[in-house]
Design a protein around this ligand. Structure first.
Ligand SMILES: [Zn+2]
Ligand SMILES: [Zn+2]
Length: 353
C-alpha cells in the first residue's frame, strides 16, 4: 500500500510504499476512500504535547513509532476479511472507529475502547487513513454510513464523537440554559450541529477569529464572544445573561481554560476536550465551596459513533462545511491546518473514492 507518512517529526509527510496488511482473526482490511485531517494530527506530526510550565510529553517515548500514516477520520470500502470477521462483506462502505485498544480488557469488551489502558488507535499507534489501505481490528469498529455523504461521515469518527461525548457529559440541561463552546473550528461547528440536533437552543460560542465566529453564527450559535485579549470571562457571562453552568473547551490552552473556569456558576462544569496545551492552576477552596467540576473528555466510543450516525441519518444533524482534496496532497492539507487557514474540515479523498 502507499502511505503519506510521518517519517520524521515536523518534516513534510513522505509518500512511501508499505506492505499491504493481510487481515488475520477478526480483522477487516479496507481501502481508504475518505479521511479527515484533524488538528490532533498536528500534535502527532510534531511528536509532542505542551504540558505547560516548560514541560512536554514526547509521543515517541509514549509508543508512537515512525514512520506512521496518520489519519483517524476514516471511511473505507471493505476489500478483505480475516477468517473470524463476520457482519460485513467485500464492497461495503464503512466508517472506521479508530480509537481501538487491546480488544480484551473490561473497557474494550464494554465497547469503551477509548478508555483502554493500552491504546492502539488507528492513525496514532497504527497506520491510519493517510494510506491507501487500513485495517480495522474487528467488524464492531465499522459503522454503516448509509446514505450520508461519506466525506462528512468520516469526520464523525473523531470530531463528531469527540463533541458528542463531551456534550453528553453536560447534558441533560434545560434547552434554554446556555452551553458555552470554546473554539469554532471543525470541532466547534460540529458541537453546534450536535447541540441543535439534540434540540438545545442556547449555544454561546467563543473564538479569537472573527471569521470563525461568523461561521459559528451561520451554523446556528445563539451568540458569539471574542476570545482574544482581556475581559473574555466578563464577555462570556454577559453573552450568557449570567454565569454559565456548562462550558466545553475545545481549545483547552492556558488562556481558554482560565477564562472558562473563571466564568463558571456555582455547581458548574468545565469539560476539557482540546489539546492545545498549557496549564490551569485551580484555587482549591473554590472547588468545594462552589461545587465545581473540571472533567476531561477523550474522543468517544463505538456506541457513541453509532448513536451519532443514527442522529445524522434521521436528518437532524447539519453537516459541517467540508472541503475535499486529493489524498496525495495530505502534506499541503496538514500545513493549511497548521497555519489556521481552515474553516470546517479538510477531508482527503482517495483515487478509489
Ligand atoms: Zn481527531
Ligand atoms: Zn483494552
Amino acid at each position: 500500500m502507499r502511505a503519506w507518512a510521518v517519517v520524521q517529526t515536523e518534516a513534510p509527510l513522505q509518500e512511501i510504499e508499505l506492505p499491504t496488511p493481510e487481515p488475520t482473526g477478526t480483522e477487516v482490511l479496507l481501502e481508504t476512500t475518505y479521511c479527515g485531517v484533524c488538528h490532533s494530527d498536528l500534535h502527532i506530526w510534531e511528536g509532542r504535547y505542551d504540558l505547560g510550565g516548560g514541560k512536554v510529553m514526547n509521543l515517541l517515548d509514549r509508543g508512537l513509532s515512525l514512520p506512521i500514516a496518520m489519519g483517524h477520520e476514516i471511511v473505507g470500502r471493505v476489500v478483505k476479511l480475516g477468517p473470524q470477521a463476520a457482519g460485513v462483506k467485500v464492497g461495503d462502505v464503512r466508517i472506521v472507529f479508530p480509537w481501538v485498544g487491546c480488544g480484551t480488557c473490561a473497557a474494550c469488551l464494554a465497547e469503551e475502547d477509548n478508555m483502554c489502558l493500552t491504546p492502539k488507535s488507528l492513525g496514532v499507534y497504527q497506520n491510519g487513513g493517510y494510506a491507501t489501505h487500513v485495517v480495522a481490528p474487528h467488524p464492531r469498529h465499522l459503522v454503516d454510513p448509509g446514505s450520508l455523504d461519506p466525506a462528512v461521515a468520516a469526520t464523525y469518527a473523531c470530531s463528531g464523537i469527540t463533541v458528542y461525548s463531551a456534550i453528553n457529559k453536560v447534558l441533560p440541561m434545560p434547552p434554554d440554559e446556555p452551553i458555552v463552546v470554546v473554539g469554532a473550528g471543525g470541532l466547534g461547528l460540529n458541537a453546534i450541529a450536535v447541540l441543535k440536533a439534540l434540540k438545545h437552543r442556547n449555544i454561546v460560542v467563543v473564538d479569537i477569529s472573527a471569521e470563525k465566529r461568523d461561521a459559528a453564527t451561520k451554523a446556528g450559535a445563539t451568540a458569539t464572544v471574542d476570545g482574544s485579549g482581556e475581559g473574555v470571562t466578563k464577555r462570556i457571562i454577559a453573552a450568557c445573561g449570567g454565569q454559565p453552568l456548562a462550558i466545553i473547551d475545545l481549545v483547552n490552552g492556558t488562556a481558554s481554560a482560565r477564562f472558562a473556569f473563571d466564568a463558571l456558576r456555582k455547581g458548574g462544569k468545565l469539560v476539557q476536550v482540546g489539546l492545545f496545551g498549557g496549564e490551569l492552576s485551580l484555587p482549591l477552596p473554590l472547588m468545594p465551596i462552589r461545587a465545581l467540576t473540571v472533567q476531561g473528555s477523550y474522543v468517544g466510543n463505538p456506541k457513541e459513533l453509532r448513536a451519532l450516525v443514527k442522529l445524522a441519518q434521521a436528518g437532524d444533524l447539519q453537516a459541517l462545511p467540508v472541503t475535499t482534496v486529493p489524498q496525495k496532497d495530505a502534506n499541503a492539507a496538514l500545513m493549511r491546518l497548521r497555519d489556521g487557514k481552515v474553516t470546517g474540515r479538510i477531508v482527503l479523498k482517495s483515487e478509489v473514492a
